[in-house]
Design a protein around this ligand. Structure first.
Ligand code: ZN
Ligand code: ZN
Ligand code: FE
Length: 757
């Protein structure tokens, strides 16, 4: 019987660089007795294999079914070749090519193998903070250019020692072509300094235990660390950071330590231990060992992450369970990545600096997410561990290269290439000069990294967003202005791969409406091309726009005055203690003149209810009043409020006034804020549900997406999912990008691509 020999070439694309792809191929090919070669290039991995036909078939089947753990194969092309009589199987050197279609991997949390080595006193990398291998370690934060090779990373200045070099060259080693490979002999090192930058020989753990604040240079930025169980230290940190209310994230020594402070569900545990290693916001157990009132004032949740590099192991011992690990920036400025900047800017914040000499090239915050009772994940901040992984775009009218510049406050931009969208890390509020500069640099870097020149620019309709202004300066490129809530809706549709028309329930703080008013409690119908505004929360005047967002009591007063006229003053004196009579008079004056912009904002409605219930009168961080209202709502409190939907000039009006009258009535009866808060959530969900029922009846559309920052509210989003499921609607929520403004760039990109020819 003759045995067939064949020779084939495979071209594989996807995340195939820096993930141990070639050694994996090498081992597989050699194991099957095949000859040939494998080659990495900037447009993918090329493989030629020759041998028994059955073995060649088995080779490619196995490779596609069981790629290396971090690889993502997007396509595999196969070509028959004439027999070439290769002598053996080899790994060829990288070549640079014109097209760059590879993807850069995000940073990956330390793997099990590296963890074992770093904790093993016999290992040459025992307690070495920069240990990594092809399955873990820094990627995005150290990459300057593609293809991904050490020379193009911030590891370039650390030539490998012979031992590391040998690992790097050995196809059978776990560190074969691990670009950041390093050891204590050749790699970067850490050092503890005092606040003047002078080396200090104390141990960082002892310093932390003494209650000091330590600025720690990690993977994507600096953190400020303190012992979370030390009340005075945490209070010091709050005072020095001028951060009097915003919750602090913590890092737990390990899962066992985390369990002492949080109720951890199965999906939450999976995220904590995942290769993305995000901050997971979970139910706090209010363990008295830590000062919950200082860590998460007014909230019953705690954001926890686990150590994601070996450097973090150096911060813990058995006596330390939890460290506060908050971004080391000054108020709304960018995260700090540079030693010199850190010493300068954090001088008055930190007592010690735990720094290293590897440059952070791409700044990247910790990602933040939470899990819902309905087994969905809310990505609140999509950064380290996720960026720059591509998001598959839905089938559309051709894919163009779009640069979508996002919103204003939690800005991210989005660049598309082929059928994938690449969402940037968070840049923060673009009104801050340095955030804006980082945003611009980020755009350049993404274009270089992805080798894409956009041919369309998409931006928000808001004329005063910094991102809009920048977009308008970009000369000849065609521009598309996208309505804010349409962008939210399209983002949710796109990441769920929806086709055709959908109903969008979009609830957020503010977005520029096509009528020049401030929208934010909207029901839209439409697709990637266009939308109709079919319902919105009733309009209210908004005198002093931004000021009202900072001072929820003002919004509560506006509701009272609109509903009750002069009687509002008496109610305000009782329930809105932070508002002076003068301020009330100024607001009344402006309301009576009737010149204010109008708003249908759902965020402001939450603010107003929070203020009238005495939960939160002033927002000391964005979303505080709404978050504390959610935390206040008593689980299982029965009852709801009447709702009213009627027709208005722009579709249906979702009237929140009956909710308000019920709340005032119940306050007067002495019902507790815990119960009223719960009933308000139910009432609002009932109002939205009734509206969507009417919209479905009229439009025949039965798929609905929910988006907007208000949907970080788990009570509301769970109530909505339940009621819409009961109505047999197909309900879609965000899974990969934030529901808040950090996700709108994706929607802008999809819409712009669809509406231009
Ligand atoms: Zn590893
Ligand atoms: Zn070395
Ligand atoms: Fe928004």
């Amino acid at each position: 019987m003759t045995q067939h020999i064949s020779s084939k070439r495979f071209t594989i694309k996807g995340i195939v660089q820096g993930v141990g792809f070639r050694p994996h191929v090498y081992r597989l090919a050699v194991g099957l007795g095949l000859k040939g070669w494998v080659l990495n290039s900037s447009s993918g991995v090329f493989i030629e294999v020759e041998g028994l036909t059955s073995r060649v078939d088995e080779f490619i089947r196995t490779l596609l079914e069981q790629p290396p753990p971090l690889a993502v194969i997007r396509s595999c092309q196969e070509e028959e070749l004439p027999i070439q009589n290769f002598a053996d199987f080899v790994i060829l050197e990288s070549v640079k090519q014109e097209t760059r279609e590879v993807m850069i991997s995000p940073d990956i949390a330390i793997c099990g193998d590296c963890r074992r080595e770093v904790l093993d006193p016999g290992d040459r990398r025992y307690r070495y903070p920069f240990i990594n291998c092809t399955n873990c370690g820094p990627r995005f934060t150290i990459i300057k250019d593609v293809p991904y090779d050490r020379a193009k990373t911030t590891m370039a200045e650390f030539p490998m020692c012979p031992e590391c070099e040998a690992e790097y060259r050995n196809p059978l080693d776990r560190r074969f072509h691990a670009q950041p490979n390093a050891c204590p002999v050749c790699g970067p090192g850490v050092c503890l300094t005092d606040k003047d930058g002078k080396a200090n020989h104390a141990s960082v753990i002892d310093v932390l235990k003494s209650g000091a604040i330590v600025a720690v240079k990690g993977l994507g930025a600096f953190h400020l660390a303190v012992d979370a169980s030390n009340r005075n230290a945490v209070r010091q940190l709050r005072q020095r950071k001028l951060r009097d209310a915003k919750p602090f994230a913590v890092m737990a020594r390990d899962l066992t330590a985390a369990r002492k402070y949080c109720l951890i569900s199965e999906p939450e545990e999976a995220w904590l231990a995942s290769r993305q290693a995000p901050i997971v916001v979970m139910k706090s157990l209010n363990n008295p060992v830590i000062p919950g009132d200082l860590l998460h004032p007014g909230l019953n949740t705690l954001g926890v992450m686990l150590p994601y590099t070996a450097l973090h192991y150096l911060l813990f011992d058995e006596e330390l369970d939890l460290l506060v690990m908050t971004s080391a920036n000054v108020s709304d400025e960018p995260i700090i990545t540079d030693n010199y900047q850190a010493l300068k800017k954090l001088y008055s914040l930190a007592d010690y600096f735990f720094i290293h000499n590897r440059q952070i090239f791409n700044p990247c915050d910790d990602s933040v997410l939470s899990c819902t009772a309905l087994k969905t994940t809310n990505i609140i901040r999509r950064a380290r561990g996720f960026v720059p992984q591509g998001i598959k775009l839905p089938r559309m009218n051709g894919h163009k290269s779009v640069l979508a510049v996002g919103g204003e406050m939690k800005n991210t931009f989005c660049l598309t290439r082929g059928d994938e969208a690449f969402l940037s890390q968070h840049w923060g509020d673009l009104n801050h000069y340095h955030n804006y500069i980082n945003f611009l640099a980020g755009i350049d870097r993404f274009q270089k990294m992805l080798a894409v020149e956009p041919n369309i620019i998409a931006h928000d309709m808001h004329p005063d967003y910094q991102s809009t202004r920048w977009a308008k300066e970009q000369g000849l490129l065609p521009r598309v202005a996208v309505q804010h809530h349409h962008a939210h809706m399209a983002a949710a549709m796109a990441e769920n791969g929806l086709q055709g028309k959908a109903i969008g329930l979009i609830c957020d703080g503010t977005g520029w409406g096509t009528d020049g008013n401030i929208w934010g409690g909207e029901v839209l119908t439409g697709d990637y091309r266009s939308f109709d505004r079919v319902a919105h929360l009733n309009y209210l005047p908004l005198p002093g726009g931004d000021l009202t967002a900072k001072k929820p009591y003002r919004m509560a007063f506006i509701y009272l005055y609109e509903l009750l006229g002069e009687r509002a003053i008496r109610y305000a004196q009782r329930w809105l203690p932070d508002m002076s009579r003068e301020e009330a008079d100024i607001i009344i004056n402006r309301l009576d003149r009737g010149e204010s912009l109008l708003t249908s904002s759902c965020g402001r409605l939450f603010d107003a209810v929070s203020a009238i219930l005495g939960v939160c009168q002033i927002n000391r961080y964005e979303g505080q009043a709404a978050m504390e209202l959610e935390a206040m709502a008593r689980h299982g409190a029965a009852g709801s409020y009447p709702v009213r939907v009627h027709s208005g000039p722009q579709g249906l009006i979702m009237d929140a006034n009956p909710l308000w009258l019920s709340i005032i009535h119940e306050l007067e009866k002495g019902i507790t804020p815990e119960i009223i808060a719960a009933r308000f959530h139910r009432g609002l969900a009932a109002l939205f549900t009734e509206t969507i029922r009417l919209v479905r009846e009229r439009s025949g559309i039965d798929q609905v997406v929910m988006s907007g920052g208000v949907f970080y509210n788990q009570i509301l989003s769970e109530l909505m999912m339940e009621s819409l499921n009961r109505m047999n609607m197909k309900v879609y929520v965000h899974r990969q990008v934030p529901a808040g403004d950090g996700g709108i760039a994706l929607g802008q990109a999809v819409i712009a691509s669809e509406v231009t020819d």
